[in-house]
Unconditional design. Structure first.
Length: 40
């Protein structure tokens, strides 16, 4: 039971890290689009 709980916690942490990495990538792409687009 305890081992299962630990594995579940690790899965949540991995999911959160993956979500943070995805968010960072999206922000970088959005930032790059804003920079590369001329302001009119």
């Amino acid at each position: 039971m305890l081992e299962n709980c630990i594995n579940h916690g690790a899965t949540i942490i991995m999911g959160v890290r993956t979500m943070q990495n995805t968010t960072a990538i999206v922000q970088q792409l959005f930032y790059y689009r804003v920079i590369s687009t001329p302001n009119t």
